[in-house]
Structure formats: C-alpha cells, structure tokens
Design a protein around this ligand. Structure first.
Ligand SMILES: C[S@@+](CC[C@H](N)C(=O)[O-])C[C@H]1O[C@@H](n2cnc3c(N)ncnc32)[C@H](O)[C@@H]1O
Length: 490
C-alpha cells in the first residue's frame, strides 16, 4: 500500500515541483491523506454539508425537527403562484391561517366522490366549501364567527354577473355624484328618495378610524345596506369588511390589535370600489364555472360542537382547527364586527372561540397522555397559559366527538394542524389531537407531513408589539412543516 501510494505520488508530483524538497515521510503522509480523501470524498462532503445545514438550521429554522420527519413534498404546493392560489373567489377576503385551495381540493378528490357531503366545522373563510362546490360535492360549513359566515356566504354564492355589475356601478354613482347634507346624515339623491347615512356610535370606531374614513365608510355602508338583494348585499359587505384594516390605524399584519402611528391610511371610496371591481371579475369566472350546476351548500353560524347536521351523514370532513392561543379571532375580526353590529362586548365575543386564552378554565379530563404531560410542563412555567392549553385540548376533544357523530361509517376526517411553541414549551398539537381521536373511536388512515413553503411560513410574533417578524429575526422558531391527519370512522 505504502509503495503504491509512493509511486503514485512520484508520478503525480514530479521533483521539479517546489514541494520536492519536503521530507519524504511528510509527502507520503499527505499523499495518503489525499488518497483517503479521494476515496471517501463523497461521504466526507456529504457529512460536511449536513453539519453546515444543522448548524444553520438550529439558529434559523429548527431544521432538526424537519429532518426527523418524513416530509411529503408533493403536498407543499410551493410551485403555485399567488394568482393560482387566489383563483375563483378565494381572494375576496384575507383570513388568518387560510387553506391553500389546492390542498383542500386534493383532500376532497382523494377522499370522497361526486355528490358526497363534505363538512368543515371551522370553515373560516370557506376555502373547503368553495372547493367542495366546484368539485361537484354537497357541503356544510360552520364557524362561530359571524365575520367568517359573511365571507363564506359571499364566496360560495355566484351571482348573475350583469345584474351584479349594474348594481355596483349604480352604488358608485350614488355615492360619488350626490352631495351630503350639512348635518352629514343624509346623502341627497332625488327629492323623495334620499339615503340616510347612519354614523356609527361605537367609541371603538373613533379609536381606530380617522374622521374622514369614518364618514366615508358610513356613506358606503349605508348605500350597501339599502340594497334589497341579499346576495348582492353580502357580496358588497364582504368587500367592505376586507378594506377596513387598510382604512384604519390598525397595524397591518399585526395579530394583536395595535395602532400604527406612522401609517398612511387608505382612502375608503377608492379602496372599496377597487376591491369590489376585482371581486366582480372573480365572480364572472365563478359564475361561468358553475353555470347550470346545482349548488348544495349550507353556511352555518353555530359552535363546531353543535353542528346542525344529521348523524352519520357526512362523507368527509376537511378542516384546520384554531390553534391554541395563536390567533384571537375575535380581536382580529373586531373592525368588521363593530361596523356591522355583530358584537356588543368584545370580551364576551372572545370567549366563544376555541383556542382563545380569554376562555374560562373549567375542564381537565384529557384523553391524550401527551396532552396531559404538556399541560403539566407548562403549568410549572405559566399557569394561565397551561389552563388555556388544557381548555383547548378538552374543547377539541368535544369537537371530535361531534364530528364522529356526524360522519358516516367509513367516512374520513382530515385535519391540517401544526405544532406550536408556548413559553419555550413545544405543543405537539398533532400528536395530542391524534391520541384524542383514537380514544373517541377513529382509526388512522394516513398521516402526511407537509412542508410549508417559506413564503407562507407562519411568521413569529414579537412578544412586545404583536407584529409579525420574519423567522430569521425572531428568537422563537416557526415550524416549517405541518401534519395532515386522515382518520376513519370504523
Ligand atoms: C384556522 S381557521 C380556519 C381557516 C379556514 N380553513 C380557511 O381556509 O379560511 C379556524 C376557525 O375556527 C373558528 N372557530 C373558533 N372557535 C370555534 C368554535 N367554537 N366553533 C366553530 N368555529 C370556531 C375561528 O373563527 C376560525 O375561523
């Protein structure tokens, strides 16, 4: 071996080279190392790459977690452009933790048949319902938030385009070309047909909106409310709701209600009609796609634990439940809820939402051992958070019992859920919910780990401001994967 490497060394590096003067033993040693390196170079480079990735990931990405899972990249949909994920009515309204429509569509087509009943007990902005409709299924959805109900109704209702467009242009003319009287309470149209402008009295509106925006929004809302056709009214209320944050002092992208003192606040008329015109285009496509087809869709506003749906009637549930103490939906929807008169007291409104930290803690019987251990660990650090998590796991159990009731035998439930971090304690939501479902009687059909493309990674929030910050700038880690649990009712 020695002589071979020595000879090889002489052939490779003739004496005329400068290192011909280096002692023979050192040369032999270097050549040996080179030989070893050449032989194992792929392995060595591979190891080096993994070490670099690991070091990098521990700082920025919690990559160790990613490596430990079998990730199915076909579920990432990272190749999709925004125009593709916002097709049909999906861009009518922004919504926190919204599904990628293609994900809902794939779950529906792989787990149900045409004509089946598809349900989403936490429908949010109605992504599952829209996809169920366009894929020829019947559908039922519910959400505790009236704002979610408004959005979903608008998104699942195609409207005859010419009629809708005529009504929107007429509203624009009414608002644009008619003066408001001195006391600012009537829009002067024809002599006998003036439009009463209702100015809101809720103090929170003065907190969030400058006087001009408050006034202009009142005019728009009064005009919309005067429309008799319920579908057209809902369509325009959805547009109205979607522009409210931009027309207020609300810090955009913040998940806590926070005032942005430096914000350039949008003009209400401009924002409203621009958005309504965009929605008109989407409605045209939606209408065309469904023309002549029967739509069987029920949008409900009850608690997920009390769905108004028969026993053993649902073929498939496609849903993403609220996350524990991640989003306070009541807070996030408060501008719409106040303008449209959905709430009297915000504190009461909050308690209706599963996952809210504001909920009263009154339960402790958890089915999941992992859930119990997590709560115990968290209790040592923060009692209030621990109670919130325990209440969340308990209420999710109740939801699964209700889903079990509604599902047909052999029917499936697909839950999209990720893990979270609270006070540096990892909350293994997927494991806890899986254990609870098994206890209720579901059996595992499939478990998929999907990567979340970096462009839609759940950003991490700054503890102080509530602002979203990029994962790389945060001390907390965002999890780059989530689970799709597909369970079957035996
Ligand atoms: C993650 S979001 C669903 C987003 C939805 N997949 C979408 O594409 O828009 C969870 C939803 O659960 C709703 N929710 C919270 N508590 C609820 C309850 N007790 N009953 C029904 N819905 C509830 C929230 O209002 C929120 O809309």
């Amino acid at each position: 071996m020695n002589s071979i490497s020595g000879q090889a060394g002489h052939q490779l590096f003739p004496c005329s080279l400068p290192w011909a003067h280096i002692p023979r033993s050192a040369k032999t040693c270097s050549i040996k190392m080179l030989f070893v390196f050449r032989r194992y170079q792929n392995l060595l480079l591979n190891c080096l790459l993994k070490i670099i990735l690991l070091l990098y990931s521990y700082r920025y990405l919690d990559y160790a977690y990613l490596l430990s899972e079998q990730v199915d990249y076909s579920w990432s949909f990272k190749e999709l452009e925004r125009s593709e994920t916002s097709y049909l009515t999906h861009s009518y309204h922004t919504y926190p933790a919204k599904f990628i429509p293609q994900l809902a569509a794939r779950l529906i087509s792989e787990n149900s048949n045409i004509g089946d009943l598809i349900c989403d007990p936490f429908m949010g902005s109605g992504t599952t319902l829209v996809e169920a409709i366009v894929n020829g299924r019947r559908t039922y959805g519910t959400d505790i938030s009236p704002v979610a109900v408004l959005i979903t109704k608008a998104k699942t209702t195609p409207i005859e385009p010419q009629n809708l467009e005529r009504r929107v242009y007429s509203l624009r003319n009414t608002i644009k070309h008619h003066p408001i009287n001195e006391n600012k309470q009537t829009l002067l149209l024809k002599d006998d047909d003036d439009l009463a402008v209702v100015l809101p009295t809720n103090k929170r509106i003065d907190y969030w909106f400058p006087e001009k925006q408050k006034h202009d929004l009142s005019v728009i809302l009064s005009g919309v409310m005067s429309i008799e056709d319920e579908d057209i009214r809902n369509f325009l209320l959805c547009a109205f709701s979607n522009i409210l944050k931009g027309c207020s002092r609300w810090m955009m992208k913040s998940i806590k209600p926070t005032i942005d003192k430096n914000k350039i606040i949008n003009d209400a008329y401009h924002s409203f009609f621009i958005h309504a015109y965009r929605m008109l285009k989407k409605n045209r496509v939606f209408w065309k796609k469904l023309e002549g087809k029967k739509i069987d869709c029920i949008v409900d506003n009850v608690d997920a634990r009390k769905m108004r749906i028969h026993d053993d009637s649902v073929s498939l549930i496609v849903t993403s439940p609220p996350y524990v103490t991640s989003y306070e939906y009541a807070d996030l929807h408060q501008l719409t809820a106040i303008w449209l008169g959905y709430i009297d007291r915000l504190s009461e409104f909050r308690t209706r939402f599963i996952g809210s930290i504001q909920k009263e803690h009154n339960q402790s019987k958890l089915y999941s051992d992992i859930g119990k251990a997590t709560v115990d660990k968290l209790r040592l650090i923060d009692k209030r958070e621990a109670n919130g998590v325990e209440q969340y796991f308990f209420e999710m159990q109740q939801c699964f019992e209700e889903m079990y009731r509604a599902l047909k035998h052999g029917g499936r439930i697909s839950i999209v859920i990720g893990d979270t971090d609270l006070k540096k304690v990892k909350i293994h939501n997927a494991d806890v919910l899986l254990q609870a479902m098994e206890k209720i009687g579901f059996r595992v059909y499939d478990i998929i780990k999907r990567p979340i493309p970096s462009k839609i990674l759940p950003l991490t929030r700054d503890e102080k401001t509530g602002r979203f910050v990029a994962t790389t700038k945060s001390d907390r880690l965002a999890y780059p994967t989530e689970s799709i649990l597909i369970m079957e009712k035996a």
